[in-house]
Design a binder for this molecule. Structure first.
Ligand code: NAD
Length: 494
């Protein structure tokens, strides 16, 4: 197994503004800590409102030129970026893994998803040619997509490459100037993406990186020249970004947290189901917005539960599974497990205190797979997003009871059904109030061009962040009605 290679010495991150890499003046630097070791692997400037304004100004200056660049030429530059990204997959996978605590394989999968989004963006030159029609004699109607201008993407820690790459290729290819504000916990990969976009030949100011936290986010959301904000993170912040951006007349799509349910029917395939359930709740150490966090066990599924427990107990806590992002999150998870136990749940597999042996992992943030059985739907462990390798098992007598629990959740990211019966699967496809449904799939992420996005408190705003559904978000659709005289009054016209 290829374990993560951490940077040899701490990397100093800079903002990318108007094509230059700068450290903003008079702002504090935060440390970037590797979840694997607890050691410092970078430093990142916490940009203030003034630094954000500088980046927006540089991006605004680039708008007319980029907007006037034909789609085919923009596509050629983005194709160059795609090739550079592909050639750097190994380096970027280790970088993303070392700052986010995910495995190298998982970080690589995130980058491959980024390439998939690039492919979609590159296809727009052939697929999205606009449209025109003669609606009446001498009158045609036409629509054309137009870029918005300066747009921003604000991203979370858990996918340092993939979530920025949900937005960057599409937003840039359709002609916007894009400012990325990555999570201050994982700024290194964002810098690497910026370097590749510069190397690909993007004009100055078309792509910018502004590092920081709350102050930088608030400045971007408040800035009058930022036309649209794509946000991905926790629901509490997503809700606020959506409210504040929308109140200022901006277009905002804010993806939030999740509490994904896997419904397991008694007729489910035992091997497939147990494997998918375990992969889903332990992958990325449970820090995926698509991770299973509640298993709704319908009727008698003891044989499957036993296989889940047995498979999960064989997993080694350590760099082969991934680490928890920071110490505060680890403490929060341990407290949530203890609270569930006090409320009456049985800890049938306890990941607390598990850790890999020896250096360099001793200072890392570790939690092994944890199974809580007998969780009631009203408990915190069934309702709140925990964001770690913890699966709450809720027993329900029927499929309708399972759907009732699922649909009572304020979140609405994803749900899956495990069954060998098509009618049962269809009932969940139709009945689950979520944005993404899986049938015998533990992490039901759609491939492009099918778009990614939930509903409820997992998504504030309209449209989706990728695929066809994102085009309406990143562009304005201009409608043109033309009328020409049908007279032919010059002899030269006949
Ligand atoms: P977070 O909300 O803490 O941070 C997200 C971004 O917001 C970061 O860039 C951060 O700097 C900024 N931020 C943090 N606090 C802020 C505040 N008070 N005001 C303004 N900006 C603030 O999220 P996180 O911990 O980095 O990421 C994990 C969360 O993201 C989980 O809830 C997970 O489910 C969610 N997530 C959702 C999706 C999805 O597609 N729905 C995808 C990935 C992650």
């Amino acid at each position: 197994m290829s374990f993560v290679q951490l940077p040899e010495s701490p990397i100093s991150c800079r903002n990318l503004v108007g094509g230059e890499w700068l450290v903003p003046r008079d702002v504090p630097l935060a440390e970037v800590i590797s979840p694997y070791t607890g050691g410092v692997i970078g430093r990142v400037p916490m940009t203030s409102e003034a630094g954000v304004a500088q980046a927006v100004e540089a991006a605004r200056a680039a708008v007319p030129g980029w907007r006037a660049t034909p789609l085919r030429e923009r596509t050629t530059l983005m194709a160059r970026f795609r090739s550079l990204l592909e050639s750097q997959l190994d380096r970027l996978s280790h970088l993303a893994a070392s700052e986010a605590g995910k495995t190298v394989a998982e970080a690589r999968a995130g980058l491959l998803k980024g390439l998939e989004v690039c492919d979609f963006a590159l296809s727009l030159q052939n697929l999205d040619a606009g449209g025109a029609m003669e609606v009446s004699r001498g009158i045609t109607c036409e629509f054309r997509r137009e870029p918005l201008g300066v747009v921003a993407g604000i991203t979370p820690f858990n996918f340092p490459a993939m979530v920025p790459m949900w937005m960057i290729p599409i937003a840039l290819t359709v002609g916007n100037c894009f400012i990325l504000k990555p999570s201050e916990k994982v700024p290194l990969t964002a810098c690497a993406l910026g370097e590749l976009l510069v190397e690909a030949g993007l004009p100055r100011g078309v792509f910018s990186v502004v590092h920081g936290g709350r102050e930088a986010v608030e400045a971007l959301v408040a800035h009058p020249d930022v036309r649209a904000v794509g946000f991905v993170g926790s629901s509490a912040v997503a809700r606020r970004v959506y409210a504040e951006g929308s109140a200022r007349g901006k277009r905002v799509l804010a993806l939030g947290g999740a509490k994904n349910h896997l419904i397991v029917a008694p007729d489910a395939d035992e091997a497939l189901t147990s494997q998918a359930v375990v992969d889903s709740f332990t992958g990325c150490a449970g820090q995926r917005c698509m991770a299973a966090s509640v298993m709704l066990a319908v009727g008698n599924v003891e044989h499957i539960l036993e296989r889940v427990r047995e498979r999960a107990s064989r997993l080694e806590c350590g760099p082969g599974m991934g680490a928890i992002i920071d110490r505060a999150s680890l403490t929060r998870l341990e407290t949530a497990i203890a609270t569930a136990e006090k409320a009456g749940a049985r800890v049938v597999l306890d990941g607390r205190g598990k850790r890999p042996a020896g250096e360099p992992w001793a200072g890392g943030h570790w939690l092994g797979p944890t199974l809580l059985d007998g969780v009631r739907p009203d408990m915190e462990a069934a309702q709140r997003e925990l964001f770690g390798p913890v699966l709450s098992i809720v027993r329900v007598p029927t499929l309708s009871a399972a759907l009732e629990v699922e649909n009572a959740s304020p979140y609405g990211n994803a749900a899956s059904i495990f069954t060998t019966n098509g009618a049962v699967a269809q009932a969940v496809v139709e009945g689950a109030r979520v944005g993404m449904v899986g049938v015998n799939v533990g992490v039901p992420v759609p491939r492009e061009p099918f778009s990614f996005g939930g509903t409820g408190e997992s998504k504030f705003g309209h449209g989706d962040i990728t695929g066809v559904a994102s085009l309406g978000f990143w562009t304005d659709l201009k409608k043109v009605t033309r009328k020409w005289s049908t007279r032919t009054d010059g002899s030269w016209m006949s």
